[in-house]
Design a protein around this ligand. Structure first.
Ligand code: PLP
Length: 188
């Protein structure tokens, strides 16, 4: 059986609008830090419910920037086994050591495995809301991080607009342990 790769549909109106805007950008000669990026950041911050949003080139960079801002160099960071390569790669890029913890039936980070994997040099934990599902054990994970004084970072690359029991990814929210940091990636 052959399963074809996903084919994304772009309506004609959208294509025409995009071509018009790309043309405007190319004519301006300004490819970064222009009005579209700024507009996107402001609208996205409003949508997510945060004061600021910073657009960067990729989800990997977003995670790396967060980890560098938390100075995790020389420390270990716990990440779930079920994630995209970008999550552990961002830890390595930022000079940290990756510790993999197991996942639960919901395919997200398991709180018990997290607890048993914490080491003396552990400084942060990255939860991944995989497939748009907010980690079902997020409250337990938050509590473990609070008690252990660990940074909790949310890799929400899959989870723009996701909610768990009316708690929305729009209200950053879970990662209030030591730092409120979320990273969201998308195709643009
Ligand atoms: C769970 C997860 N985190 C981070 C990323 C990184 O995003 P990017 O490919 O934009 O670096 C992805 C991308 O698919 C992802 O699936």
């Amino acid at each position: 059986m052959q399963i074809p790769a996903a084919k994304i549909y772009f309506p004609e109106d959208d294509r025409n609008e995009l071509v018009k805007q790309f043309d405007e950008i190319l004519q301006s000669g300004q490819l970064t830090l222009g009005k579209y990026g700024k507009d996107f950041e402001q609208k996205f911050a409003r949508y997510i419910g945060t004061k600021y949003a910073a657009a960067v080139n990729s989800g990997t960079s977003a995670l790396e920037i967060i980890l560098r801002s938390l100075d995790i160099e020389g420390s270990s960071v716990i990440v779930p086994t079920n994630t995209f390569f970008a999550t552990p790669a961002s830890v390595i890029h930022a000079g940290g050591r990756v510790i993999f913890a197991d996942i639960d039936d919901g395919l997200c980070l398991d709180s018990q495995s997290l607890e048993t994997n914490i080491q003396k040099d552990t400084k942060a934990v990255i939860v991944v809301h995989i497939g748009g599902i907010i980690s079902p054990q997020i409250k337990e994970i938050q509590e473990i991080c609070r008690k252990g004084n660990l940074f909790l970072i949310e890799d929400a690359a899959h989870a723009q607009g996701s909610t768990l029991m009316k708690i929305s990814i729009k209200e950053p929210r879970f990662s209030e342990t030591r730092a409120r940091q979320g990273s969201l990636a998308m195709y643009i």
